[in-house]
Write a protein that binds this ligand. Structure first.
Ligand SMILES: *[C@@H]1O[C@H](CO)[C@@H](O)[C@H](O)[C@H]1NC(C)=O
Length: 333
């Protein structure tokens, strides 16, 4: 069983240790968010992710999986997928029932949310680490890894009680263990291969500058927008010549709808010091041709002038024509 993943690994990662060659995601996780509103009303949300790219959804009313990409099934057969989907459907229904039955035992108070994230990831192209984490309202409760259940340090006695409970359900524990440490790695390697044209593509960013709301009197907020790039790692810096500006503030990298990313990087400067600053973008799709945009560069001033002058000219001509026609009518009357 171990041989297959290792063989596949050899295909995906020539040389095994060459991380530069392998761009794109390295983990697969299933996320379950179960919301318990009151004693009779609860709902499951399910999804499947390669790092932060969603490839599966879950239709909770009918209990079926949604495959968001043509290659979302990886190299699993339709039969195997059907078996897994059936397993998750039964599990999710059972999960809600079990929790509702144990609300008092675990001193839970409606409404509450339980999150479960389970999956596996490649580490430096070699080992595969598998785990399951359970949380209540965003706070970790337990972690299952390497055949053992570990209560989270801050979970009070809930984590301990839950691990003790799980140890009584040998069948369930075995299924979880098999899913995370056997099925998941096999699926991960298959799906990374099936989707590699999309997962390992390189898309160049577009970049542009703007000014944000002034941070204070006599100060400017320079904003460098970088959008449409893939994969996610990117380096964006405000520079003066070759000097990186330490005040550079980086926002979160946000998803665009088309599986590319957007980033906004700002610099708060005195208005007089903005000239000569530039925004530098480094990204794998650009090779060593960094994008460099200069603040107040002549072309952008030129564009602004054109944007102001052309409409003013048109307006002036219209006014002139109008006056001229009025004048001619008055002459006729
Ligand atoms: C439970 O919550 C649902 C949805 O908010 C509501 O429609 C229902 O009446 C509630 N039931 C009880 C017993 O409070």
């Amino acid at each position: 069983m171990l041989l297959l993943p290792l063989l596949l690994l050899g295909v995906i990662l020539p040389g095994g240790d060459n991380e530069d060659v392998f761009q794109g995601p390295t983990s697969f996780h299933l996320k379950q968010i179960s919301t318990f509103v009151n004693s009779t009303w609860a709902q499951n949300l399910g999804s499947g992710w390669l790092d932060d790219l969603q490839i599966h959804g879950w239709e909770s009313d009918s209990g079926t999986a949604i495959f968001l990409k043509p290659w979302s099934k990886g190299n699993f057969s339709d039969e195997e997928i059907t078996e897994l989907v059936d397993l998750f459907r039964v599990y999710l229904i059972g999960f809600i029932r079990e929790v509702q039955d144990r609300v008092n035992e675990f001193q839970l108070e409606y409404p509450f949310v339980i999150q479960v994230i389970e999956g596996c990831e490649l580490h430096s192209g070699e080992a595969i680490e598998s785990s399951l984490r359970g949380a209540l309202g965003g706070l970790d409760v337990l972690r299952i890894q390497n055949h053992s259940c570990m209560p989270a340090p801050d979970s009070g006695n809930r984590g301990q009680k839950l691990c003790a409970l799980l140890s009584q359900y040998q069948g369930t524990s075995d299924i979880i263990e098999r899913l995370i440490s056997e099925t998941c790695p096999r699926y991960l390697l298959g799906v990374l291969d099936a989707g590699k044209a999309e997962l390992q593509r390189q898309v160049k960013p577009e970049a542009w500058l703007s000014s944000g709301p002034p941070p204070g009197p006599g100060r400017l907020l320079l904003v460098c927008h970088v959008s449409g790039f893939y994969p996610k790692p990117v380096q964006v810096m405000w520079m003066r010549g070759k000097q990186e500006q330490l005040g550079t503030q980086q926002g979160d990298i946000m998803p665009n709808a088309d599986w590319t990313w957007y980033l906004r990087v700002t610099l708060n400067v005195a208005a007089g010091e903005a000239a000569g600053l530039s925004c530098r973008v480094k990204h794998s799709s650009l090779g060593d041709q960094d994008i460099i945009l200069y603040w107040g560069h002549p072309t952008s001033i030129g564009l602004i002038l054109v944007a102001i002058i052309v409409p003013s000219l048109i307006l002036s001509i219209c006014l002139a024509l109008w006056f001229w026609r009025r004048w001619s009518y008055q002459n006729i009357l």
